[in-house]
Design a protein around this ligand. Structure first.
Ligand code: SF4
Length: 267
């Protein structure tokens, strides 16, 4: 992988004063650091527009060439993530890939990590929260996913991703624009202020049909729960199979207004 030329001057004194690099995390604590200067933002916008009509594998190729060892990918082992891993195995198998191991994942989900290792020789790193599930539930007087799933996701996903992203410049998500109104706004390449990283979404323009078409055509491993009506899979307490005619993400946080864990929401 190549290393990259980088722009390192913070955009404004106001921004510098607002938070220290340590508080910003992500690329602010990388060596060299990367900040969202006007120059960088213009580059991201230009590349995003250029890559709008590119194939997802070309977008990934651009990301690994532009960001080299500073590029990482987070995966929940969903079908879209499996497709990206399949391509990364071809073009950049040494890319750092990690999973947010909340402690509440289905065994079938975690088994995919072993399948990926066997098929591609890629070791997906499990990033865990500070507290075990037992310690976490003791601290909160029971399962937090029942009373405050937003806080639960914050503690067991967002904070863990922030930690995992420290020292990186860019991360890849596997979101598709047609998954939700929020995701519909995703650019192919953009600045992600929540994690202080460049965010790349190679599959933004793909459909569920295209993803599954490739999985079947190229025998890409997938979570067997998908064959049991689980269209979108997260932690087991917050995931159910969907009924005929329901939205593909209807089985996530069913009974709550919540639709996203917060990793991809634009707030
Ligand atoms: S998906 Fe559910 S169990 Fe997993 S972190 Fe979020 S609230 Fe907690």
């Amino acid at each position: 992988m190549s290393t990259l030329p980088t722009t390192t001057v913070p955009e404004s004194a106001t921004q510098r004063a607002a938070a220290s690099p340590d508080e910003l995390g992500g690329s602010a604590v990388a060596n060299p650091p990367l900040f969202p200067t006007a120059e960088l933002l213009a580059e991201l916008q230009e590349q995003s527009q250029r890559l709008e009509t590119a194939q997802p594998i070309e977008i990934l190729q651009w990301a690994v060439e532009r960001f080299g060892d500073y590029f990482t990918m987070a995966t929940a082992f969903g079908p879209e993530g499996m497709v990206l891993i399949h391509w990364l195995a071809k073009i950049a198998p040494k890319t750092s890939i990690f999973n947010l191991d909340t402690g509440y994942q289905f065994p079938e989900t975690l088994e995919l990590r072993d399948k990926i290792q066997r098929k591609y020789g890629i070791e997906v790193e499990l990033k865990k929260p500070e507290l075990t599930v037992v310690e976490f539930e003791q601290k909160h007087g029971g399962p937090l996913y029942k009373s405050d799933p937003n806080l639960c996701c914050f503690e067991r996903k967002i904070k863990v991703l922030r930690q995992a992203a420290r020292g990186k410049h860019a991360w890849s998500s596997a979101i598709r624009r047609d998954q939700s109104n929020d995701r519909a706004q995703a650019a192919i390449v953009e600045w992600d202020k929540k994690f202080h990283l460049v965010k790349i979404s190679p599959l933004a323009n793909w459909t569920k049909k295209q993803v599954w078409g490739l999985i079947m055509k190229e025998s890409i491993p997938y979570n067997p729960l998908h064959d049991q009506g689980y269209t979108s899979i997260g932690c087991w307490p917050c995931t159910r199979a969907v009924l005929a005619g329901e939205d593909e993400r209807a089985g996530r946080w069913s009974g709550f207004a919540k639709t996203e864990c917060g990793l991809h929401s634009r707030d």
